[in-house]
Design a protein around this ligand. Structure first.
Ligand code: GUN
Ligand code: FE
Length: 456
């Protein structure tokens, strides 16, 4: 039993399936030197008392106070790190105009490494404080600043998957913000991949390079082809935007006479380690292709309300066996919190199911069976994110990483409305999901190390 470096005791919530949340009441979580959950022990297990006897009172024994609970750390599948500098602003115009008017100018400023450092340090700390233990990031076109983001994740203890963004088409991107040319874009990407792989050797929680064509409209065929080849050569993750809005979806149809999914597939950009943001306009064949190739959807419900011209039928795609996780899409989504996105995912799905135009009769208003439950949205933010990235994260079970948030429901400044000492734990879970604020997240751990502790 001495092989465990730390033992945690407390009640935890973790997805058992996409619909069911398992309540691990008063469990012991035994963590090994690699920061993995080596064993979970229920109170009625024969080892429980032995473990308590061995570890209780020692420095490496941690137990939760009354009213505190463990949740898995969240996995954010879609963050534009530079856009943190404009979060909450500029949400009043359509996607194409938003990119050109606000977003490309702010991203262009990340050629300045000092500015990049200031924004990226603040963002990574903010995400950790919001319970996000793993993030899949778009940085900018700049190789150096993108590497800086990976270094900041490594230092602050977040599991970061980082992409240097490729946008090389001079017809589609402004002169002040694009890759110099296709060859440079590919050479910079390859150097970036190698640099992040080198950094990963000394990073316990992992840091990963991601091949990142911004989206089809910003890339030439040569870049898309070359990026597919680089992803295969180095076995990297891949990310892009896919079938997001009427305009973007229509542009790809015009250029390739097919939808984004099949176009990306032609360039070798789908696969088990690929995550495509949004995907609102996937048709049945696109969704089947995602399921067959193991490609995941990064669902960004807040952002979609502004830019996607639609609500994605998440329940339908999930039932086809497509991997799905949740993304904040900062700053198309204004909030860095996946709690906020969990709530929006449920609400948007309910509005899709019922419909929104009150002048229509009820039976014509919505899309049947479109709703997802809070349990399912929690799954997307945790286990679904882990499956999407093909990493052992997002569940509090053996052979998964010890990535957790410690939630305090009794904090005097942000107390949850729990008035019964014996309240049903599934009700407490729902109150946590709907009502937690950053103040309630007292500690955050990644791969067995504490990476955030909230001051009073
Ligand atoms: N499509 C291409 N770039 C972006 C971006 O930065 N945000 C969103 N939401 N969609 C995009
Ligand atoms: Fe995005």
């Amino acid at each position: 039993m001495s092989e465990y470096t730390q033992i945690f005791k407390g009640t935890a919530f973790s997805s058992k399936s996409s619909q069911e949340v398992q309540i691990l009441k008063d469990y012991l979580f035994c963590i090994n030197a690699d920061g993995m959950i080596a064993k979970t022990v229920a109170p009625d297990h024969t080892d429980y008392q032995k473990l308590l006897h061995t570890y209780q009172g020692k420095e490496n024994f941690h137990h939760l106070a009354d009213g505190q609970y463990f949740l898995p750390g969240f996995v954010d599948l879609h963050v534009h790190a530079p856009q943190w500098a404009q979060a909450g602003t500029a949400l009043d115009i359509p996607l194409y105009d938003w990119l050109n008017t606000y977003t490309f100018p702010i991203e262009a400023k990340f050629s300045d490494l000092q500015f990049a450092q200031e924004v990226y340090e603040d963002l990574v700390s903010t995400l950790l404080a919001n319970g996000t233990t793993t993030s899949l990031y778009f940085a900018t076109v700049h190789k150096e600043a993108s590497l800086l983001l990976a270094k900041i994740c490594a230092e602050k203890g977040q599991r970061g998957l980082v992409g240097k963004v490729v946008m090389d088409d001079p017809e589609q991107n402004p002169a002040f913000y694009r890759d110099a040319d296709t060859q440079t874009a590919l050479a910079d990407t390859e150097e970036f991949i190698l640099a992040v792989k080198a950094l990963a050797k000394s990073t316990k929680q992992g840091v990963y390079p991601v091949v990142t064509p911004r989206f089809i409209p910003s890339c030439t065929n040569g870049a898309l082809q070359g990026l597919g080849e680089l992803a295969a050569k180095y076995d990297t993750h891949i990310q892009s935007h896919c079938s997001e809005s009427d305009w973007e979806h229509g542009y790809v149809q015009q250029r390739f006479k097919k939808n984004d999914a099949f176009a990306l597939h032609d360039f070798g950009l789908l696969g088990d380690k690929a995550v495509m943001a949004h995907c609102n306009f996937l048709n049945d064949e696109d969704a089947n292709l995602f399921a067959e190739t193991g490609t995941a959807i990064g669902h960004c419900p807040i952002s979609n309300a502004y830019f996607a011209n639609s609500v994605i039928p998440i329940a339908q795609f999930h039932s086809k066996g497509v991997d799905i996780g949740l993304g904040s899409d900062v700053s198309g989504g204004f909030s860095p919190s996946l709690f906020d996105n969990v709530r929006q995912a449920v609400m948007s799905s309910r509005m899709l199911e019922d419909g929104v135009d009150a002048t229509l009769p009820a039976e014509k208003r919505g899309v049947p069976n479109a709703r997802i439950t809070i349990n399912e949205a929690f799954y997307l933010a945790t286990a679904g994110g882990g499956e999407s990235l093909s990493l052992p994260i997002g569940r509090l079970q053996e052979n998964f990483t010890w990535d957790v948030q410690i939630i305090d429901t009794k904090l005097s400044s942000a107390k949850l409305p729990i008035f019964n000492d014996h309240e049903d734990l599934s009700d407490i879970f729902q109150k946590i999901m709907y009502l937690v604020r950053p103040e309630n997240i007292r500690e955050v751990w990644v791969q067995g190390s504490k990476v955030h502790e909230r001051a009073k």
